[in-house]
Design a protein around this ligand. Sequence first.
Ligand code: FE2
Length: 237
Amino acid sequence: MFCDIHSHVIWGIDDGARSFDVTKALIRECVDDGIDTIITSPHVTPGKAEFKDDVYLEHLEQTREWIESEGIGLKLYTGAEILYTSQTERFIQERRVRDMAGSPCMLVEFMPDNSLHRITEAMRQIGNAGYTPIIAHVERYDCLNKIDRILELKDEFNCLIQVNAHTVTRRQGFFRRRFIEKLFKEGVVDFVATDTHDMPDRHPNMTQAYATLKELVGQEYADELMFENQRRLLLGE
Ligand SMILES: [Fe+2]
């Protein structure tokens, strides 16, 4: 029932799964966690590391075949998580970056210490290229530690906001916890996603995050965060 829009389950292309066996194990965990749809989002880092698109598509196809042969009820889509570098604008203009499952959305991440000016410029450039930016794990950026700044970006650029499921469930200090809760209570967030890697704190935990969010903001918004907004994205709404 959950749709995960941020996942590094496909092996051999980034710091996510390291082998096909790890991909298989992570996918079984995703399904056990109630995920039935994944937009795979390998790291694309323009100008830093070459992205092997052919390897990605080949591994994705092998994974789909395995899923079908095992009778697993899971849909996989293509996508990417694009790091905003000095070369990203050129990549976007040359249409060298992948959208999300054919929708006009683009999952974009920044370095944690990037400035508000840089993030604002990125939103402008991505929007001008005809995409709707989705800011990946918004909780990670120093300059976006104030709700008003995120709301201003949303107002000006119609960008969407993703928070990691682990951020919802992890134990954290009082002020950090209060900030994260405020993000949800004020309706700033559009998507919760796993950012699955084969790392101890990056395994899928949508079920737990969903329970926490239902308690925090109620069923209706929790549904939007975990699968309704994702469904709209896939339908191109
Ligand atoms: Fe990621």
